[in-house]
Design a protein around this ligand. Structure first.
Ligand SMILES: [Zn+2]
Length: 131
């Protein structure tokens, strides 16, 4: 399962980030941005996050705060910069992005919206909170 792999990679990354601080008691929140082209099921990711973090003392009960990152592409042919066009797939009721320039239909380069980024991790450090 795609999301399970992602959740455990994220957990590793957060644990590593938290190890840079002293006296970390708990990770309270993990803020993520997920590109619209990353095709990650938010529900599944939350479910997997719960399953993976349940085994980790440091992350047990931590919350995932997810923001969607918009897509930005650039077209080498006409210089267009912006979102991709989408077409609706009536069979699956999905909006499928079209990987071509909305202006001239050339192949585009994807600048944003493909990956997952950890923006912020909220830790509980002994008696004082830190963001
Ligand atoms: Zn173009």
């Amino acid at each position: 399962m795609h999301e399970l792999q992602i959740a455990s990679n994220l957990v590793q990354a957060v644990i590593q980030a938290a190890s840079g601080y002293d006296h970390v008691q708990l990770v309270e929140e993990v803020h993520l941005s997920i590109g619209r082209l990353a095709f990650i099921g938010e529900e599944q990711l939350r479910f997997c996050w719960g399953a993976v973090t349940d085994e980790k003392e440091l992350l047990k009960g931590s919350k995932l705060i997810i923001t969607k990152e918009e897509v930005e592409v650039s077209c080498p042919s006409c210089g267009y910069k912006g979102d991709l066009g989408v077409k609706e797939d009536p069979l699956y009721h999905y909006m499928i992005p079209v990987f071509a320039c909305p202006k001239c239909s050339s192949d585009v380069e994807i600048l944003k919206g493909k990956g997952i980024t950890v923006n912020n991790v909220k830790l509980i450090i002994d008696d004082e909170e830190e963001e």
